[in-house]
Write a protein that binds this ligand. Structure first.
Ligand code: SF4
Length: 62
């Protein structure tokens, strides 16, 4: 699974960072970001929860 954050859509609400801190962090623009590396299966559930809960649909998975 791959996951990334659309920087134009992120409003820095913090939901993804608090629900899935192993995957999401803050960048210098104070927007959420991921490493860009493929993520391990164990994190897929919390990533999906974060993606579903993101108020601006900024989290893209594939
Ligand atoms: S949940 Fe969405 S809007 Fe909130 S910090 Fe994460 S990517 Fe940004």
């Amino acid at each position: 699974m791959e996951v990334k954050v659309d920087q134009d859509l992120c409003i820095s609400c913090g939901l993804c960072v608090s629900s899935c801190p192993e995957i999401f962090g803050w960048n210098d623009d104070e927007k959420a970001e991921t490493s860009g590396e493929p993520v391990e299966e164990e994190f897929e559930e919390c990533i999906q929860e974060a993606a579903d809960g993101c108020p601006t649909d900024a989290i893209e998975t594939g």
